[in-house]
Design a protein around this ligand. Structure first.
Ligand code: GRF
Length: 204
């Protein structure tokens, strides 16, 4: 049975695009993107979804009195549509413990740095400013913290002398577009077992 993925995105949605294409090409074998939700009305991610005839909804933060109320509304919406896996792709809101509990071990995120280094919103710029020679990206399960959940996959990206945040982020993006679909495929096929902080991957 095809599992139903909801992608939550606030911006451009290039990872969303890569995930949709991976479901079409068979890189993601057991899943389909059933819907896309954004907290920003003009997120290009919504446009990308509509172009692929995928249900796309703007979930306005202004309609709710608190973060938890927002998440309660979102959970109800996702449950009604029988979502199996929630995939954050540039979603700029921190999920509340309520949301995380309901979808425990069924929420993924991608972060543009090698966690636990450089968590938070400015992972690329902070890695560059720190002077690291190697950074990268991380796919992890989402827990209540900021980029703290168990790590599923990571891949390194070298930093060049003449890198800017933009040039570095664009090389990281290219890796993300390959790594995120691979991680989603592994999770949907139950190839990832969480043991404490560690994810054990069955590559077979
Ligand atoms: C990605 O770099 C991802 O790591 C971070 O937000 C960015 C989203 O980019 N969480 P896009 O909207 O998928 O192009």
């Amino acid at each position: 049975m095809m599992k139903r993925i909801a992608v939550l995105a606030s911006g451009n949605g290039s990872n969303l695009q890569a995930i949709i294409e991976a479901t079409e090409s068979g890189v993601i074998r057991d899943g389909t993107v059933a819907l896309v939700v954004s907290d920003r009305t003009n997120a290009y991610a919504l446009e990308r979804a509509r172009k692929k005839n995928i249900a796309a909804s703007y979930f306005s933060p202004h309609k709710y009195s608190s973060r938890e109320e927002y998440d309660r509304g979102l959970v109800t919406y996702l449950e009604r549509r029988q979502i199996d896996l929630v995939v954050l792709a540039g979603f700029m809101r921190l999920l509340t413990p309520y949301f995380v509990l309901i979808f425990q071990h069924r929420i993924l995120n991608i972060h543009p740095a090698l966690l636990p280094s450089f968590p938070g919103e400015h992972g690329v710029a902070e890695a560059l400013a720190y002077g690291v020679k190697v950074t990268g990206c991380t796919v992890h399960f989402v827990d209540e913290g900021v980029d703290t959940g168990p790590i599923i996959l990571q891949e390194a990206v070298h930093v060049y002398n003449d890198d800017t945040s933009e040039s570095l982020h664009s090389r990281i993006h290219a890796v993300e577009h390959r790594l995120y679909p691979k991680a989603i495929d592994l999770v949907l096929r139950d190839k990832v077992t969480i043991k404490g902080r560690r994810c054990i991957i069955d590559e077979g």
